[in-house]
Design a binder for this molecule. Structure first.
Ligand code: ATP
Length: 306
């Protein structure tokens, strides 16, 4: 890890809410210019991690730093932009006014027009926030997060409630911001978003990072491959082969999950000369994610039992 480029860090951080352990010694580095996705099941500690970096809560122990400072330091906070899962905004203000007020807190803001263009909401500027649809409100919140010209942008599940077109628009806007030097931390549940966007993914489970790396590196953790083909070999024959973890028919095709793709491809071709449309794929991020969190649960259970 290159420490020179680290702009935000959680180091050995613990955080409890009463009896609930939200963070259990988490270590997380955010680097300049990267698009980092935080993935994890509900309750894993993603929002709590972001809340600490935003200075909204204090860690029980461990170190939290933002641009090398305490996250509650105003000079550090002026360098970030934030879009949280819920926003309580004054309902009577127009979109233009909301962005202008937000920008006024920052020393080097973007213009209202610039924020609106990036977020694709130019046509909404004269509308009252309260009268917008949920998806439109989400895009306005994104425009507000950009208003301070942030070096580091925290987006907590930003595409929740967006239709397909708006989601694509937001992805493009995020990519453009990163291309022009911003760093972005995203939390998400939609795994395909991480595949589409992220340079790096940190998988969080039970208050710790259980795996991190590029999307490809995470996928490589998973030995399972998926074979698809059109074949006359009966499903129950395939299900009885020892290398097959799972086999089913999907839209007329045989789909096999296996850790021994080469062996099975050879056997399929040997028993069915008419086999067609053969595809072999590495597992997607969804499978990788499930396997990584399952492995870390098993490791925790073993540690507790010891
Ligand atoms: N204010 C709070 N009071 C009590 N418990 C809390 C509070 N905030 C979070 N928790 C608990 O801390 C743990 C981590 O929650 P957190 O919101 O950080 O998870 P998350 O990964 O963001 O989940 P999600 O994907 O559901 O948003 C959970 O068990 C949650 O119930």
């Amino acid at each position: 890890m290159n420490h020179d480029t680290c702009i935000a860090r959680l180091e050995g951080v613990h955080k409890r809410y009463g009896a609930v352990t939200a963070l259990d010694g988490i270590n997380l580095d955010i680097h300049r210019g990267e698009l980092l996705a935080l993935l994890g099941p509900n309750g894993a500690g993603k929002t709590t991690s972001i809340g600490l970096l935003l200075g909204l809560h204090r860690a029980d122990s461990g170190t939290v730093s933002l641009f090398g400072r305490d996250p509650q330091d105003i000079d550090a906070r002026r360098r970030i932009g934030v879009m949280l899962q819920s926003a309580n905004l004054p309902p009577t203000l127009k979109v233009r006014e909301l962005i202008r007020v937000t920008a006024s807190y920052y020393p080097r803001p973007r213009t209202v027009a610039e924020c609106a263009t990036i977020a694709g909401i130019t046509d909404l500027l004269e509308r009252r926030y309260v009268a917008l649809s949920g998806g439109q409100q989400r895009r306005v919140q994104f425009a507000m997060a950009l208003a301070g010209h942030p070096e580091l942008l925290f987006l907590d599940e930003p595409t929740t409630g967006l239709d397909v077109g708006a989601r694509q628009g937001l992805w493009n806007a995020i990519r453009n911001l990163v291309a022009t030097g911003a760093s972005v931390v995203l939390t998400m549940h939609y795994l395909e978003e991480a595949e589409a966007l992220a340079d790096r993914v940190s998988v969080i489970a039970r208050g710790r990072v259980v795996s991190e790396g590029t999307v490809d590196a995470l996928r490589a953790h998973v030995a399972v491959r998926r074979i698809r083909c059109l074949t006359a070999v009966p499903l129950d024959t395939v299900q009885a082969w020892p290398e097959v973890e799972d086999a089913s028919m999907q839209q007329g095709r045989l789909v096999i999950a296996t850790q021994h793709a080469e062996v099975l491809v050879r056997r399929l071709l040997a028993v069915d000369a008419g086999l067609a449309e053969l595809e072999v794929q590495r597992a997607g991020l969804a499978e990788a994610f499930t396997e990584i969190t399952r492995d870390s649960e098993a490791a925790d259970a073993a540690r507790e039992a010891a």
